[in-house]
Design a protein around this ligand. Sequence first.
Ligand code: NDP
Length: 448
Amino acid sequence: MPSHDYDLLIIGAGSGGVRAARVAASHGATVAVAEEYRVGGTCVIRGCVPKKLLIYGAHFAEDLKDARRFGWDVPECDFEWITLRDNVLADVDRLEGLYKSTLDSHQVELIHERATVTGPHSVQLASGRDISARYILIATGAWPIVPEIEGAEHGITSNEVFHLDSCPGRIVIVGGGYIANEFAGIFHQLGSHVTMVNRGTDLLRGYDAQIRDRLLQISIMKGINFRFNAKMEMIEKNTDGTLCVRFESGDPVVADIVLFATGRRPNTDGLGLESAGVVLNKTGAVEVDDYSRTSCESIYAVGDVTDRLQLTPMAIREGHAFADTVFGGNRRKVDYRCVPSAVFSHPPVAGVGLTEAQARNQLGAVKIYASDFRPMKNVLAGRDERALYKMVVDATTDRVVGLHMIGPDAPEILQAAAVAVKAGLAKHDFDDTVALHPSMAEELVLLR
Ligand code: NDP
């Protein structure tokens, strides 16, 4: 056996890389992680965590308004973006510290440099130092895609949005996916005039059509503007610093900020993967087998760089399964069936399993149960926003194959209900469960 500097060298200290490092080290491997930026990856540094904190911050706008209907004498309140921004960024620093101490306490060496693969067992650091490892794990994540239009450089992405100096008076958000809908909700609540620009007619492709329609309807009712089938031509910067977004047809839109939320591309450029014969697919993602192994025997890849399901909990599972397989004597795959997901839009959307359309395509007979209701709190608040819960059932077996929701706390409720869907429970198991009253979640066991 040739000797190497480490058993495992991981490139990228995000969710997948850090989990793999910790677990491999606990199985007795000597591990190093090379990271050119901050520890924590997209989720901690410029994704899930700061985004969720902004959502909490933005929700107060509505809560303060509603509080008056519940008898509170709320004076006119001012909002300070800088306070929210700085508190959020301070929490990101705190979490980064925790991630670093996890690596430290597992004797994982953190190398603060960019690493490039130079062969099946070797990488070179930016400083020129060569390192060898028995295995290499690529966990470099993904990077926002910016459409190639004239003036695109005037726009920002989710990388920059957490660092704005002020809350924009007017913002154009390009895209209709996760990030676009989440930030539309945040900035609308914080008082910005929001225009969402979509190249097609669909928001949130992949989610159930009725739930998506409900989100669109509520978003329009709240005052978010939409441009559908909009082909952007260019972004011009005016002398006063404002931006003018021009389209192939229709009026231009003037804004202070243009946010591109148009998908994320796997981070493989310039990584040197070709030197080890690692095969990439058409989108530049690393191709892997069920055990996250690439076309090179000693190189594995996990997380967004493989573009399987771009979700933090999946990267964590993939990293963990890799470490157990390679270093723990426990060869195991990740299960991609029934993965719950949520969009922290306003109100949030959550789903697990098959949508109605998918079930109708894949199964013989399908039964749909739905509850379209106005949550109690919204009624007293005078807020005309209805929640929608939808259950998709295989009519032949009575098995629940999908649950889809929009409404307050939908992700919190769906996480628990997803256990039942994943376990393959039937509609009658839901019916047999006594309602917890009064709650929104009780609708799930009262569907008729
Ligand atoms: P999404 O894939 O969710 O959405 C991309 C959107 O951009 C779609 O509406 C797409 O339109 C549109 N689009 C793509 N290319 C162009 C283009 N050239 N011009 C105009 N519009 C374009 O990507 P996001 O960037 O929102 O998020 C990236 C990933 O991050 C998500 O896939 C998700 O996995 C993850 N994420 C998860 C979150 C969560 O779990 N809550 C939160 C945030 C991100 P079309 O539909 O026509 O293709």
